[in-house]
Design a protein around this ligand. Structure first.
Ligand code: GLA
Length: 379
């Protein structure tokens, strides 16, 4: 059954009425990983996989929400002490609270939601969920008076304050601002952004999902961020945005080897985003691809957020002559993103399926990337 139909049927059964439909998207990122919280550049786009919700104000102070995919129901008030137990519901509660903290209005509502953003694949299903509800609450209770950046920040603060992830702004930005057939280069310090038409002639962008999710025990994401902040502080900077390799080498003996390599990756990655944008403008996909491999290498060896399965997929892409390939998103599992010449696509995917299965016992999942619109109301 189609997503919308499924939601509509459940909403009618549970609440005996009809609401308004909203959706927001997952995202890919062509290049610029772990740079957002360092004041650097990112280059994401929204995709055609979404979280969709049907929502209606219910005239009370209570939110009642049902998740079709998790098959679970939550009910909560809108005060700080009303936080629900279920982690999935905390995303929605967080969005309501962060809207209220910013002076926005939120009243009770009923909602049913479902999605087709694969979970744990590094495609930001959580940002899609946050942006969908942030957009809806803005439309239903605030006459769309909250601007789009603030909607993205509402999602980001939800992660920080209600979900324990000290993330940057990239995912929520992409989910809110996404535009069909365009990637967006965002400067995460000035928040200036630019849309880049993206339809690489003769190439396909494809995700190969290892379907591996390594435990984020000990919160390695937050630890990476802490390393970067320590180095920036040592350099007397707010973020690593203005750091150079010369500056880093000058303090090498004062910082741990681990922090040194984390910062080295960030400094190099910052430049690669700019190089990729320039190469794209020139139609130079070989350079784009080389930068993607260099990012993978840095994420694997210096930033240490890859894993055996993703390194395996990256090696395989290289052997098959794939133009560019790298781990995408926060890391510790999930997908590789691959820029593949159309004539190589079938042989690459066939080999990835067979060889990955022979080694790890299951096939990877494959998703072709379609760059699409971000948060919206559905008619
Ligand atoms: C996660 C975070 C983002 C970003 C990426 C890595 O997706 O939510 O803010 O830091 O990891 O680039």
């Amino acid at each position: 059954m189609e997503l919308k139909e499924k939601i509509s049927k459940t909403f009618e059964e549970r609440f005996g009425t009809e609401g308004t439909f909203y959706a927001s998207a997952g995202r890919i990122n062509l290049i610029g990983e772990h740079t957002d919280y360092n004041g650097g550049f990112v280059f994401p786009g929204a995709i055609d996989k979404v979280i969709m919700a049907e929502i209606k104000a219910n005239g009370t102070d209570t939110v009642r929400v049902f998740s079709i995919d998790i098959n679970d129901y939550a009910e909560f008030g809108l005060n700080e002490e009303d936080a629900p137990e279920q982690s999935w519901a905390r995303y929605i509660f967080g969005v309501c609270r962060e809207t209220i903290k910013r002076g926005g209005t939120v009243k009770g509502f009923d909602a049913v939601f479902a999605g087709n953003v694969p979970l744990g694949a590094g495609l930001s299903s959580s940002a899609a969920l946050e942006s969908c509800f942030a957009f809806a609450v803005n439309d239903m209770f605030n006459d769309n008076s909250i601007d789009k950046f603030e909607l993205a920040r509402i999602g980001q603060s939800t992660e920080h304050n209600y979900c324990g992830v000290n993330c940057g702004i990239m995912d929520q930005f992409a989910s809110v601002f996404g535009r069909k057939d365009h990637l967006m280069r965002l400067d995460c310090r000035s928040m200036e952004y630019e849309y880049f038409p993206f339809k690489p002639e003769g190439y396909t962008l494809v995700l190969v999902d290892s379907v591996v999710k390594h435990e984020l025990a000990d919160s390695p994401y937050n630890k990476r961020r802490a390393s970067c902040e320590r180095v920036a502080k040592r350099l007397g900077l707010d973020t690593l945005r203005d750091a150079t390799m010369e500056m880093l080498d000058a303090v090498k003996s004062d910082i741990t080897a681990e922090d040194y390599f984390r910062a080295k990756f960030v400094i190099e990655e910052k430049q690669r985003v700019l190089d990729v944008c320039e190469a794209l403008n020139a139609g130079d996909y070989d350079t784009v691809g080389r930068c993607m491999y260099a990012t993978h290498n840095g994420l694997s060896k210096d930033y240490e957020v890859s894993c055996e399965e993703l390194d395996f997929l990256n090696d395989l892409a290289r052997e098959c002559g794939v133009t560019g390939s790298r781990i995408m998103g926060g890391g510790f599992g999930g997908c590789t993103i691959n820029l593949v010449k159309n004539e190589l696509l079938d042989s690459f995917l066939a080999k990835a399926r067979t060889e990955f299965k022979a080694k790890y016992g299951h096939e990877p999942k494959v998703y072709e990337v379609i760059i699409s619109d971000g948060a919206r109301k559905l008619e």
